[in-house]
Structures are given as C-alpha cells and as structure tokens.
Write a protein that binds this ligand. Sequence first.
Ligand code: NAI
Length: 343
Amino acid sequence: MKDFAGKIVFITGGASGAGLGQAKVFGKAGMRVAIADVRQEALDKAVEELVAYGLKREDILPLKVDLTNRQEYTAAADKVEEVFGGPPHLLIQTAGVNSFGPIEASTFDDFDWVMGVCLNHVVNGLLIFVPRMIKAYAHKTEFHVATTSSMGAFMAGSGTGPYSAAKAAVNNLMYSYAEALRPYGAGATVLCPGNINSNIGNAEKYRPAHLRNTGYHVSEGTMKTLNAIHATGIDPVELAEILKEGIENGRIIVLPSRDTASWKTQLRSLHETIEDYTLTAAERDAKAAARMEEMRKRFAPPAGGEGKNAPPPPPMWGVPEGGEPFGRARDDLDWVDPSKKIK
Ligand code: NAI
C-alpha cells in the first residue's frame, strides 16, 4: 500500500503508546483515523494530542471499546462505516497488555487477559474487517492489514509465557493473511518491536476486575521497574514511521531497530538454536563447545592490557529506587521455587 491520503485507518490501542504514534503518522499522511481503545480518559487525551499534532478534529473518530468483546468490536466497525462512509483501507491492530511471571505460576486469568488482548482481539478484528475490506476494495483500491506484535514472538522465556505465545501466534496469523490477501491485491504486515517508550508498564492498573486472580507478584514497585525500562524504548512516532515504510514496501515482517546488526545476530542465533534440535545430543554438545571456544577467542582481552580497548559494557536494566523486580510469583504460592519469588 503506497497511497494513504483520503483513506481510512482503524487503529486498535490508538489512545496510547505505539497506537497513538501510528495515529499521528498515518493521520499526517492524510488518513481519517479511527482509534479504538478501552480507556475513555486516554481516548479524550489522545484526541487533543492528535489535534495539537495537526490532525483535523473531524478526521478523528475515538471509539471506546473492549476489543476482546466481539459484539462491541462489531459495533465499533459499524460506527466507522457510518461516520467515515466505509470500512478501513488500513487496519492496524496494536492494542496489547503484558504481565510477567513464572509460567508454572500462571492462572487462567493471566492467560485469558494477556491472550485475550494480544491474540483474540487480533482474530476478532481480522474476522470482522477483512470480509468488509475485500467486498469494498478488492481490485479497486489498495488495502492492507497490520498488527503490532513483538520480538517476544521469537523469544519465549519462562517468565513471558502467555505474552510470547500470543505474539508468536499473531506472527503466524499475519504470514497466513499476507498470502491469503495477495489475490485481492492487498497485503499484511507484522511489526515486531523490542522496547517501546509507552504506557504498557501500567497495564495491570486496568486489568479487568473479573481477570484479577493473577499468579504473579504485581505491585506499584514492579510497575515502576517496567516503566523505567520502557522509558528507554523507541519513540512511538519513530516506530510508526518504520511501520509505514514497511507497509509501503510490502514487507510482511518489520523488525524496527536503531541497531539492526544486533537484532540480526540475535535472530540468527535463535534460528541456530532451533536447527540444533535436529542434532543428536552428542552433536549438540560438540557444537556448543565449539561456539564457546569461538566466543572465548572473540572476547579475549586485547593485547596491551585487560579492558584497555574493550567495548563499554552493555547498558543494564536495573531496579530503580522504589521499584521491585518483576517476573516473580505470588508469595503465597508455596509450591513455586523460592528463587522465583520476591521473599
Ligand atoms: P500502551 O499501554 O501504551 O498502549 C496499549 C493500549 O491498548 C492502551 O491504550 C490500552 O488501553 C489498550 N488496550 C488494552 N486492552 C484493551 C482492550 N481490551 N480493548 C481495547 N484497548 C485495549 O502500550 P504499547 O507498548 O504502546 O503497546 C502497543 C503494542 O505494542 C502492544 O501490542 C504490545 O504488546 C506491543 N509491544 C510493546 C512493547 C513495549 O516495549 N512497550 C514491545 C513490543 C511490543
């Protein structure tokens, strides 16, 4: 998709963070912008921010909707058609939440909340909008679907289970849609950021009341730590510009980073890890030993003194003052390994 002016974009999670950055960038590109979000206050603030950014008020449609609810999502889709005169040409599903803790401590509520927003809302949007988009635009005008996933889609950790599982599923869904939409003259893109300067660290504050039975240790302190980490992330407008460029160039996966070399190294080593599962245990051990030896040589202190010309150490994400480590289990779960708890 190359032409945006005069067209319609529907952005989920558009009241904050990455979604709000997308509303700014695609709004500036001349699109009429529907932003769907569950938080009314954030929507009100976002509208003012978009107007201050240069968008026309009549080109912004805020919609308060819980996107995990199919009736509410369908009503929002109907509203866009009613107000803007048709379904979106560009659907960007960005709403998301996260919560971290040992996978074995996770509750049904943890899975239902995180996978409900990060995966099910994406499915809802695709099923609600894609048929409408095909009927309205196939072979007549460009249209496109995009989703904000995460690098977490490629890297499952023991403390990010529901989130990584949801994001991996989202990536696969978008690969399917990219292929499926080609005969209609449309495309699909999945954006996989690493760290975004957003409000996601506060997501636990608006976890729905019926899904609050978490197995994780969650406190003001854990949110403070998460917020400190996200404050170092990529700016949402910069991220949205990278997404726009990806959509314009028909890219299916967009891996945004200021430091492409480091992502490439990480992704290569991830793929190697998967390939390693095809080896026997002995072959795997031999390969691991060879890799260690290579690392030892590569990072050996330079001649002339240890550390003299050594690269600076990588920045560490510590726990800020008043913060607490996140990713731990609730204290009262007596069957969880003590090293995975705060106390
Ligand atoms: P954010 O918290 O600033 O924005 C997410 C928005 O989604 C919020 O405004 C929230 O109200 C909305 N939302 C949550 N549940 C909803 C529901 N049921 N219905 C409607 N709206 C709902 O967070 P951020 O970081 O901008 O997140 C955007 C996307 O980026 C998410 O999918 C997230 O997983 C992804 N991501 C974030 C990263 C980060 O470091 N912050 C890194 C990689 C991916």
